[in-house]
Design a protein around this ligand. Structure first.
Ligand code: NIG
Length: 386
Protein backbone atom coordinates (compact mmCIF):
# COMPACT_ATOMS: atom_id res chain seq x y z
CA UNK A 1 0.00 0.00 0.00
CA UNK A 2 1.44 3.35 -1.05
CA UNK A 3 0.45 6.74 0.36
CA UNK A 4 1.16 9.97 -1.53
CA UNK A 5 1.46 12.97 0.80
CA UNK A 6 1.14 16.15 -1.19
CA UNK A 7 0.65 19.87 -0.48
CA UNK A 8 3.79 20.03 1.72
CA UNK A 9 4.79 23.70 1.99
CA UNK A 10 8.19 22.87 3.55
CA UNK A 11 9.78 19.43 3.60
CA UNK A 12 12.78 19.37 5.93
CA UNK A 13 14.46 16.08 5.17
CA UNK A 14 17.48 16.55 7.50
CA UNK A 15 19.27 14.63 4.76
CA UNK A 16 22.25 16.49 3.31
CA UNK A 17 21.62 15.17 -0.19
CA UNK A 18 18.05 16.55 -0.33
CA UNK A 19 17.96 19.42 2.17
CA UNK A 20 14.80 21.53 2.37
CA UNK A 21 12.14 21.33 -0.39
CA UNK A 22 9.23 23.70 -0.82
CA UNK A 23 5.91 22.82 -2.50
CA UNK A 24 6.85 19.17 -2.11
CA UNK A 25 5.36 15.70 -1.93
CA UNK A 26 6.50 12.25 -0.82
CA UNK A 27 5.35 8.66 -1.08
CA UNK A 28 5.33 6.18 1.80
CA UNK A 29 5.42 2.50 0.80
CA UNK A 30 5.02 0.20 3.78
CA UNK A 31 7.49 1.29 6.45
CA UNK A 32 9.75 3.23 4.05
CA UNK A 33 9.86 6.41 2.00
CA UNK A 34 9.61 5.46 -1.68
CA UNK A 35 9.76 8.86 -3.38
CA UNK A 36 10.43 12.54 -2.62
CA UNK A 37 9.92 15.38 -5.09
CA UNK A 38 7.91 18.31 -6.35
CA UNK A 39 4.15 18.47 -5.72
CA UNK A 40 3.72 19.40 -9.38
CA UNK A 41 5.05 16.07 -10.66
CA UNK A 42 3.90 13.19 -8.46
CA UNK A 43 3.79 9.45 -9.12
CA UNK A 44 0.63 7.36 -8.84
CA UNK A 45 -0.17 5.90 -5.40
CA UNK A 46 -2.89 3.82 -3.76
CA UNK A 47 -3.97 6.69 -1.50
CA UNK A 48 -3.43 10.44 -1.48
CA UNK A 49 -3.33 12.86 1.46
CA UNK A 50 -3.24 16.59 0.64
CA UNK A 51 -1.87 18.32 3.75
CA UNK A 52 -2.90 21.76 2.55
CA UNK A 53 0.31 23.77 2.78
CA UNK A 54 1.82 22.41 5.99
CA UNK A 55 5.37 21.46 6.96
CA UNK A 56 6.75 17.92 7.22
CA UNK A 57 9.94 16.95 9.05
CA UNK A 58 11.42 13.79 10.56
CA UNK A 59 10.07 12.49 13.83
CA UNK A 60 12.17 13.63 16.78
CA UNK A 61 14.88 11.38 18.18
CA UNK A 62 14.82 11.78 21.97
CA UNK A 63 18.19 10.33 22.94
CA UNK A 64 18.11 10.91 26.73
CA UNK A 65 15.19 9.95 28.96
CA UNK A 66 14.63 8.25 32.32
CA UNK A 67 11.22 7.01 31.17
CA UNK A 68 10.70 4.11 33.59
CA UNK A 69 9.92 5.37 37.09
CA UNK A 70 7.15 5.88 39.62
CA UNK A 71 6.34 8.71 42.00
CA UNK A 72 6.09 12.46 42.00
CA UNK A 73 8.63 15.06 43.08
CA UNK A 74 6.60 18.19 42.53
CA UNK A 75 7.19 19.26 46.15
CA UNK A 76 10.97 19.10 45.54
CA UNK A 77 10.43 21.10 42.35
CA UNK A 78 8.39 23.74 44.20
CA UNK A 79 11.08 24.01 46.88
CA UNK A 80 13.67 24.54 44.14
CA UNK A 81 11.59 27.28 42.58
CA UNK A 82 11.58 28.86 46.05
CA UNK A 83 15.37 28.85 46.15
CA UNK A 84 16.58 25.35 47.16
CA UNK A 85 19.46 23.96 45.10
CA UNK A 86 19.15 20.72 43.12
CA UNK A 87 21.16 17.82 44.57
CA UNK A 88 21.75 14.31 43.23
CA UNK A 89 20.33 12.83 46.44
CA UNK A 90 16.75 13.40 45.22
CA UNK A 91 17.21 10.36 42.97
CA UNK A 92 16.76 8.10 46.02
CA UNK A 93 13.16 9.32 46.48
CA UNK A 94 12.29 8.06 43.00
CA UNK A 95 14.16 4.80 43.63
CA UNK A 96 12.04 4.22 46.75
CA UNK A 97 8.80 4.97 44.86
CA UNK A 98 9.79 2.84 41.87
CA UNK A 99 10.77 -0.28 43.81
CA UNK A 100 7.32 -0.70 45.39
CA UNK A 101 5.07 -0.57 42.31
CA UNK A 102 4.14 -3.53 40.13
CA UNK A 103 5.51 -4.31 36.68
CA UNK A 104 2.10 -3.49 35.22
CA UNK A 105 1.99 -0.06 36.87
CA UNK A 106 5.54 0.80 35.82
CA UNK A 107 4.91 -0.34 32.25
CA UNK A 108 1.62 1.55 31.97
CA UNK A 109 3.25 4.74 33.30
CA UNK A 110 6.17 4.49 30.86
CA UNK A 111 3.83 3.71 27.96
CA UNK A 112 1.77 6.77 28.88
CA UNK A 113 4.88 8.95 28.74
CA UNK A 114 5.91 7.42 25.43
CA UNK A 115 2.44 8.14 24.00
CA UNK A 116 2.67 11.72 25.30
CA UNK A 117 6.07 12.09 23.57
CA UNK A 118 4.59 10.72 20.33
CA UNK A 119 1.86 13.35 20.46
CA UNK A 120 4.67 15.90 20.29
CA UNK A 121 6.28 14.21 17.28
CA UNK A 122 8.80 11.86 18.90
CA UNK A 123 9.23 8.63 16.92
CA UNK A 124 12.45 7.27 18.48
CA UNK A 125 13.14 7.29 22.21
CA UNK A 126 15.84 6.07 24.56
CA UNK A 127 15.12 4.97 28.15
CA UNK A 128 17.66 4.65 30.96
CA UNK A 129 17.50 2.43 33.99
CA UNK A 130 18.77 4.06 37.17
CA UNK A 131 15.75 4.21 39.48
CA UNK A 132 16.15 0.60 40.66
CA UNK A 133 19.70 0.46 42.03
CA UNK A 134 19.52 -3.17 43.14
CA UNK A 135 19.92 -6.27 41.01
CA UNK A 136 16.26 -7.20 40.63
CA UNK A 137 15.01 -3.62 40.23
CA UNK A 138 17.61 -2.55 37.63
CA UNK A 139 16.93 -5.74 35.65
CA UNK A 140 13.20 -5.01 35.79
CA UNK A 141 13.70 -1.45 34.55
CA UNK A 142 15.88 -2.64 31.67
CA UNK A 143 13.28 -5.26 30.67
CA UNK A 144 10.40 -2.76 30.80
CA UNK A 145 12.54 -0.16 29.02
CA UNK A 146 13.16 -2.62 26.19
CA UNK A 147 9.39 -3.15 25.85
CA UNK A 148 8.51 0.54 25.84
CA UNK A 149 11.48 2.34 24.23
CA UNK A 150 13.69 1.85 21.16
CA UNK A 151 17.05 1.93 22.96
CA UNK A 152 17.89 1.03 26.57
CA UNK A 153 20.81 2.51 28.50
CA UNK A 154 22.00 0.86 31.72
CA UNK A 155 22.44 3.51 34.43
CA UNK A 156 22.99 1.40 37.51
CA UNK A 157 25.69 3.98 38.34
CA UNK A 158 23.13 6.74 38.95
CA UNK A 159 23.69 6.99 42.72
CA UNK A 160 25.07 4.85 45.53
CA UNK A 161 21.80 3.69 47.13
CA UNK A 162 21.18 4.54 50.78
CA UNK A 163 22.74 2.10 53.22
CA UNK A 164 24.95 0.30 50.67
CA UNK A 165 28.75 0.24 50.87
CA UNK A 166 30.33 2.16 48.00
CA UNK A 167 32.76 -0.54 46.89
CA UNK A 168 30.15 -3.28 47.23
CA UNK A 169 27.74 -1.30 45.06
CA UNK A 170 30.33 -0.66 42.34
CA UNK A 171 31.17 -4.38 42.29
CA UNK A 172 27.48 -5.16 41.92
CA UNK A 173 27.08 -2.68 39.04
CA UNK A 174 30.06 -3.92 37.04
CA UNK A 175 29.39 -7.59 37.87
CA UNK A 176 25.99 -9.25 38.34
CA UNK A 177 23.91 -6.18 37.43
CA UNK A 178 25.76 -5.62 34.16
CA UNK A 179 25.36 -9.31 33.28
CA UNK A 180 21.62 -9.18 34.02
CA UNK A 181 20.80 -6.02 32.04
CA UNK A 182 23.12 -6.77 29.13
CA UNK A 183 20.48 -8.61 27.02
CA UNK A 184 18.22 -5.53 27.07
CA UNK A 185 20.78 -2.73 26.80
CA UNK A 186 22.76 -0.96 24.07
CA UNK A 187 24.61 1.58 26.23
CA UNK A 188 26.05 1.99 29.71
CA UNK A 189 25.92 5.39 31.42
CA UNK A 190 27.24 6.89 34.65
CA UNK A 191 26.37 10.04 36.63
CA UNK A 192 29.89 11.48 36.92
CA UNK A 193 29.27 14.26 39.42
CA UNK A 194 29.96 15.39 42.95
CA UNK A 195 27.45 13.47 45.12
CA UNK A 196 27.28 10.60 42.63
CA UNK A 197 30.39 8.96 41.05
CA UNK A 198 34.01 10.15 40.80
CA UNK A 199 35.95 10.20 37.55
CA UNK A 200 37.88 7.06 38.52
CA UNK A 201 34.69 5.22 39.50
CA UNK A 202 33.03 6.36 36.28
CA UNK A 203 35.97 5.08 34.23
CA UNK A 204 35.76 1.70 35.96
CA UNK A 205 32.03 1.42 35.26
CA UNK A 206 32.35 2.46 31.62
CA UNK A 207 35.30 0.18 30.92
CA UNK A 208 33.32 -2.75 32.32
CA UNK A 209 30.40 -1.81 30.09
CA UNK A 210 32.63 -1.56 27.06
CA UNK A 211 34.13 -4.98 27.80
CA UNK A 212 30.55 -6.31 27.86
CA UNK A 213 29.93 -4.84 24.40
CA UNK A 214 27.93 -1.74 25.35
CA UNK A 215 28.33 1.75 23.92
CA UNK A 216 29.31 4.51 26.37
CA UNK A 217 27.40 7.54 27.64
CA UNK A 218 28.17 9.91 30.50
CA UNK A 219 26.10 12.36 32.52
CA UNK A 220 28.87 14.94 32.64
CA UNK A 221 29.53 18.47 33.93
CA UNK A 222 25.87 19.04 34.93
CA UNK A 223 26.36 20.58 38.37
CA UNK A 224 30.01 21.56 38.20
CA UNK A 225 33.33 20.81 36.50
CA UNK A 226 33.02 17.09 37.18
CA UNK A 227 35.59 15.82 34.67
CA UNK A 228 32.88 13.89 32.84
CA UNK A 229 33.50 15.64 29.54
CA UNK A 230 37.25 14.91 29.61
CA UNK A 231 36.49 11.29 30.48
CA UNK A 232 34.01 11.02 27.59
CA UNK A 233 36.68 12.24 25.18
CA UNK A 234 39.36 9.98 26.73
CA UNK A 235 37.16 6.89 26.35
CA UNK A 236 35.61 7.85 23.01
CA UNK A 237 32.07 7.78 24.43
CA UNK A 238 29.16 8.04 22.02
CA UNK A 239 27.76 11.00 23.95
CA UNK A 240 28.24 13.18 26.99
CA UNK A 241 25.01 14.65 28.29
CA UNK A 242 24.14 17.86 30.22
CA UNK A 243 27.47 19.72 29.57
CA UNK A 244 26.45 22.78 31.60
CA UNK A 245 29.83 23.67 33.12
CA UNK A 246 32.54 23.65 30.47
CA UNK A 247 35.99 25.14 30.21
CA UNK A 248 37.42 26.30 26.89
CA UNK A 249 39.60 23.16 26.99
CA UNK A 250 36.48 20.97 27.36
CA UNK A 251 34.91 22.58 24.29
CA UNK A 252 38.12 22.22 22.27
CA UNK A 253 38.45 18.57 23.29
CA UNK A 254 34.85 17.84 22.29
CA UNK A 255 35.34 19.62 18.97
CA UNK A 256 38.38 17.47 18.21
CA UNK A 257 36.46 14.27 19.04
CA UNK A 258 33.45 12.33 17.71
CA UNK A 259 31.62 12.60 21.05
CA UNK A 260 28.10 14.01 20.72
CA UNK A 261 27.30 16.69 23.32
CA UNK A 262 23.66 16.35 24.39
CA UNK A 263 21.96 19.53 25.57
CA UNK A 264 18.96 19.06 27.87
CA UNK A 265 17.01 22.34 28.02
CA UNK A 266 14.30 20.97 30.32
CA UNK A 267 16.85 20.18 33.02
CA UNK A 268 18.66 23.48 32.54
CA UNK A 269 15.44 25.38 33.25
CA UNK A 270 13.94 23.10 35.89
CA UNK A 271 17.13 23.10 37.98
CA UNK A 272 17.80 26.79 37.31
CA UNK A 273 21.26 25.59 36.36
CA UNK A 274 23.78 27.51 34.32
CA UNK A 275 22.56 26.96 30.72
CA UNK A 276 24.60 24.54 28.63
CA UNK A 277 26.76 26.71 26.32
CA UNK A 278 25.13 25.34 23.17
CA UNK A 279 26.05 28.39 21.07
CA UNK A 280 29.74 28.09 21.96
CA UNK A 281 29.68 24.33 21.33
CA UNK A 282 28.08 24.79 17.92
CA UNK A 283 30.53 27.56 17.01
CA UNK A 284 33.42 25.25 17.89
CA UNK A 285 32.00 22.55 15.60
CA UNK A 286 30.88 20.11 18.31
CA UNK A 287 28.19 17.65 17.19
CA UNK A 288 25.05 18.40 19.25
CA UNK A 289 21.97 16.45 20.27
CA UNK A 290 18.89 17.86 21.98
CA UNK A 291 16.83 15.64 24.28
CA UNK A 292 14.08 15.95 26.88
CA UNK A 293 15.75 14.11 29.81
CA UNK A 294 12.23 13.04 30.88
CA UNK A 295 12.47 12.31 34.62
CA UNK A 296 10.55 13.33 37.76
CA UNK A 297 13.46 15.19 39.36
CA UNK A 298 15.04 17.59 36.90
CA UNK A 299 12.96 17.61 33.72
CA UNK A 300 9.41 16.31 33.81
CA UNK A 301 8.66 16.99 30.16
CA UNK A 302 8.36 14.67 27.16
CA UNK A 303 8.13 17.57 24.71
CA UNK A 304 10.81 17.78 22.05
CA UNK A 305 9.12 20.88 20.51
CA UNK A 306 9.62 22.59 23.89
CA UNK A 307 13.31 21.60 23.81
CA UNK A 308 13.74 22.84 20.23
CA UNK A 309 12.01 26.14 21.03
CA UNK A 310 14.08 26.62 24.20
CA UNK A 311 17.32 25.77 22.42
CA UNK A 312 16.58 28.54 19.92
CA UNK A 313 15.14 31.11 22.32
CA UNK A 314 17.38 30.57 25.36
CA UNK A 315 20.46 28.66 24.20
CA UNK A 316 20.79 30.77 21.03
CA UNK A 317 21.00 27.95 18.51
CA UNK A 318 19.73 28.75 15.03
CA UNK A 319 16.57 26.95 13.91
CA UNK A 320 18.63 24.74 11.57
CA UNK A 321 21.05 23.82 14.38
CA UNK A 322 18.25 22.99 16.82
CA UNK A 323 16.34 20.86 14.30
CA UNK A 324 19.52 18.97 13.38
CA UNK A 325 20.31 18.35 17.05
CA UNK A 326 16.78 17.03 17.71
CA UNK A 327 16.83 14.65 14.73
CA UNK A 328 20.14 13.51 13.22
CA UNK A 329 22.07 14.61 16.33
CA UNK A 330 19.89 12.38 18.50
CA UNK A 331 20.37 9.55 16.01
CA UNK A 332 24.16 9.95 16.28
CA UNK A 333 23.90 9.94 20.08
CA UNK A 334 22.15 6.56 19.85
CA UNK A 335 24.28 5.08 17.06
CA UNK A 336 21.17 4.97 14.87
CA UNK A 337 22.70 6.83 11.93
CA UNK A 338 24.60 6.07 8.78
CA UNK A 339 22.65 3.14 7.31
CA UNK A 340 19.32 2.34 5.63
CA UNK A 341 17.62 2.11 9.04
CA UNK A 342 18.89 5.52 10.18
CA UNK A 343 16.39 7.61 12.14
CA UNK A 344 16.02 11.40 12.26
CA UNK A 345 16.01 11.96 8.49
CA UNK A 346 13.69 11.53 5.52
CA UNK A 347 15.36 9.84 2.55
CA UNK A 348 14.24 7.60 -0.29
CA UNK A 349 14.59 4.01 0.90
CA UNK A 350 14.79 5.12 4.54
CA UNK A 351 12.31 4.60 7.34
CA UNK A 352 9.11 6.66 7.11
CA UNK A 353 9.19 8.16 10.62
CA UNK A 354 7.97 11.70 10.17
CA UNK A 355 5.66 14.38 11.46
CA UNK A 356 3.24 16.87 9.96
CA UNK A 357 2.99 20.30 11.62
CA UNK A 358 -0.10 22.42 11.81
CA UNK A 359 2.07 25.24 10.46
CA UNK A 360 3.59 26.22 7.12
CA UNK A 361 7.20 25.92 8.32
CA UNK A 362 9.27 24.47 11.15
CA UNK A 363 10.18 28.03 12.16
CA UNK A 364 6.77 28.10 13.84
CA UNK A 365 8.06 25.73 16.57
CA UNK A 366 10.12 28.45 18.31
CA UNK A 367 8.03 31.26 16.81
CA UNK A 368 4.90 29.93 18.59
CA UNK A 369 6.44 28.44 21.75
CA UNK A 370 4.18 26.26 23.85
CA UNK A 371 1.54 25.87 21.12
CA UNK A 372 0.90 22.20 20.21
CA UNK A 373 1.67 22.14 16.48
CA UNK A 374 2.00 18.39 15.87
CA UNK A 375 -0.90 17.44 13.56
CA UNK A 376 0.06 13.92 12.47
CA UNK A 377 2.86 11.43 13.06
CA UNK A 378 3.97 8.34 11.16
CA UNK A 379 6.35 5.85 12.76
CA UNK A 380 7.90 3.36 10.36
CA UNK A 381 5.10 4.13 7.92
CA UNK A 382 2.27 3.62 10.41
CA UNK A 383 0.09 6.52 11.47
CA UNK A 384 0.34 7.15 15.21
CA UNK A 385 -2.60 8.57 17.19
CA UNK A 386 -1.79 12.16 18.21
O1 NIG B 1 19.66 13.56 34.04
N1 NIG B 1 21.55 13.88 36.52
C1 NIG B 1 21.19 12.78 36.80
N2 NIG B 1 20.04 12.19 36.49
C2 NIG B 1 18.85 12.89 36.11
C3 NIG B 1 18.12 13.43 37.28
C4 NIG B 1 17.68 12.42 38.19
C5 NIG B 1 16.81 12.86 39.31
O2 NIG B 1 17.01 13.90 39.95
O3 NIG B 1 15.90 12.06 39.58
C6 NIG B 1 19.18 13.96 35.09
O4 NIG B 1 18.99 15.15 35.33
Amino acid sequence: MTLLVTGISELRTQDDATGILTDAALVIDGERVAWIGSASDVPAADQCLDVGGRAVLPGWVDSHTHLVFAGDRSAEFAARMAGEAYAAGGIQATVDATRVVSDAELTAHAEGLRAEAARGGTTTIEAKTGYGLDLASETRLARIGADVADVVTFLGAHLIPTGVDRRDYLDLVIGPMLDAVRPYSSFIDVFCESGAFTVDESREVLEAGRAAGLGLKIHGNQLGHSGGVALAVELGATSVDHVNHLTAADIDALAASDVVATVLPGADLSTREWLAPARELADAGVRLALATNTNPGTSFTTSMPFCVATAVLQHRLSLDEALAAATTGGAAALGLDGDADAVGCIAVGGLASLQLLDAPSAAHIPYRPGVPLTRAVWRRGRRVDV
